[in-house]
Design a protein around this ligand. Structure first.
Ligand SMILES: CC[C@H](C(=O)O)C(=O)SCCNC(=O)CCNC(=O)[C@H](O)C(C)(C)COP(=O)(O)OP(=O)(O)OC[C@H]1O[C@@H](n2cnc3c(N)ncnc32)[C@H](O)[C@@H]1OP(=O)(O)O
Ligand SMILES: [Co+2]
Length: 136
């Protein structure tokens, strides 16, 4: 079951500059950066309860964010729903015809299990589902 809006992600061409903006200009709390090798993405999180802002930037200049930045320069990249049972939600949504970008969830930031739904399945919005590790 989907239980909340885990984060809203913004793709940024200059991570350091964007971190400074969200920290100093907007005054948000900076949790730190985390490189997610499997997603070829560097992330920076700013908790803003009950959700967070995630900045995403290409890790080593490669991956999906690099392609996005090439085309758009930056912008709102995805919404992430928190789920308490990612496998059940994937099965339920596949049954309804949603196209997933992987066969199975994989590790994301914060040791969560994540999977993405193609934007074409959701009126042009890229959706991530994320299940926190047990006990979180
Ligand atoms: C997992 C770590 C971390 C976390 O929270 O834990 C992250 O969130 S990492 C985030 C980075 N990872 C991903 O984005 C994985 C999912 N994304 C992809 O697999 C690709 O980006 C994909 C399939 C959405 C697009 O890749 P493709 O190679 O098909 O790129 P195109 O440029 O050809 O795009 C095709 C089509 O999709 C539109 N598009 C692309 N990105 C987005 C987006 N973020 N939001 C909305 N639409 C998007 C693009 O404009 C093209 O549309 P078209 O009408 O055909 O021009
Ligand atoms: Co995300």
């Amino acid at each position: 079951m989907i239980t909340g809006l885990d984060h809203i992600a913004v793709a940024v061409p200059d991570l350091e500059k964007a971190v400074k903006r969200f920290l100093e200009d907007f005054g948000l709390t900076y949790e730190g950066t985390e490189d997610v090798e499997s997603a070829k993405t560097s992330t920076a999180f700013f908790p803003l309860p009950p959700t967070s802002i995630e900045l995403v930037h290409p890790l080593n200049g490669e991956g999906p964010i690099a392609k996005y930045l090439e085309k758009k320069g930056g912008g709102l990249h995805h919404l992430c729903f928190r789920t308490d049972d990612i496998h059940a939600d994937v099965a339920r949504l596949k049954e309804k015809g949603y196209q997933f970008l992987a066969d199975a969830p994989s590790p994301g930031a914060h040791d969560c299990l994540v999977i993405f739904i193609h934007p074409k399945s959701c009126d042009g919005v890229l959706i991530e589902l994320s299940q926190p590790p047990a006990g979180h």
